[in-house]
Design a protein around this ligand. Structure first.
Ligand code: MN
Length: 296
């Protein structure tokens, strides 16, 4: 069982100095810091999400939750999924790439029925944020063989054009989720509920879609822990995103970093000095602050 919360930028330093003796190196570009002891593993992500794993993880989680005034949430057990959806046929959807300066936004919807749950256990499907890129790739390759899904890639050029037209990130997400879900509804009209990993209020979601509604749509934060359909969608989306990043990296002959941190600015600067500004329309989300820093 793992626990997590998101912390303020100013609080990262407190945790780093407290755990400095447990600091370990990581090649995962989504990770800011990783600390490991025999009792716990704590990961601070670029997104400021802090993940607590290991046998005494709850103690560490609870301690900091109190210090930072975070409400202690009940444990999330990815192996049980005991809730009202457990015995239902579910379409789950999730997106990735929205926090990454480089690369597309990818949305995936996946269908999971109760007869798949054994396989879900067997493959150890879990929160994609707790998996390394290598684990994502290995797992996704198995998932795409056995599960029904629809994945959408919004290339940077199109994304930037939509932003120029006045679309905000959430409106773009809403459109993509809706589109992927509609494809799955056609394929699986026997679905009982749709679970969207919540990124904005349901009210706004429907506003973005001009009131278009698909019946039995539910919104849940931490959707991955609510039903494995969301977890499967999330892992496939992440996998597709990684493939797209590889493709873009090959095209411009430089490995594009993920996230929106300092390595992104550094690589961006190299690309800018070599190619100028126009190329960013094809490889990056140009409304991110990174773009102004890189091109000034
Ligand atoms: Mn999500």
């Amino acid at each position: 069982m793992s626990y997590d919360f998101v912390i303020e930028q100013d609080n990262i330093g407190k945790m780093v100095s407290y755990y400095r003796n447990y600091l370990e190196n990581t090649a995962d570009s989504r990770i800011l810091y990783s600390f490991k002891s025999p009792d716990f593993k704590i990961i601070i992500y670029n997104t400021r999400k802090v993940l607590f794993q290991g046998k005494n993880n709850f103690e560490e989680y609870e301690k900091w939750a109190k210090i930072f005034g975070v409400e202690v949430t009940p444990p999330v057990d990815y192996s049980s999924y005991t809730n009202q959806y457990a015995s239902q046929r579910i379409i789950g959807s999730d997106e990735v790439g929205t926090g990454d300066f480089f690369g597309p936004v990818v949305v995936c919807a996946a269908y999971v029925s109760p007869k798949d749950l054994e396989l879900i256990q067997e493959l150890k499907v879990k929160d994609s944020k707790a998996l390394s890129d290598q684990q994502i790739i290995a797992l996704a390759k198995q998932l795409i063989e056995v599960f029904s899904y629809h994945v959408l890639v919004l290339p940077n050029e199109k994304y930037n054009a939509l932003v120029a037209q006045g679309y905000n990130m959430n409106k773009i997400k809403a459109y993509l989720h809706n589109h992927a879900i509609k494809k799955m509804v056609i394929k699986h009209p026997d679905y009982q509920n749709i679970i969207i990993d919540e990124f904005c209020s349901p009210e706004n979601f429907y506003k973005y879609l001009d009131g278009e509604k698909i019946s039995n749509t539910k919104f849940h934060t931490k959707g991955e822990s609510v039903h494995p359909a969301v977890a499967v969608a999330s892992i496939i989306a992440r996998y597709k995103f990684l493939l797209e990043m590889d493709k873009l990296s090959e095209e411009i002959h430089i490995t594009l970093p993920k996230g929106a941190g300092a390595p992104v600015d550094a690589v961006g600067k190299v690309i800018y000095l070599k190619n100028g500004t126009a190329i960013f329309n094809k490889i990056a989300k140009t409304h991110f602050k990174n773009f102004d820093r890189i091109t000034k």
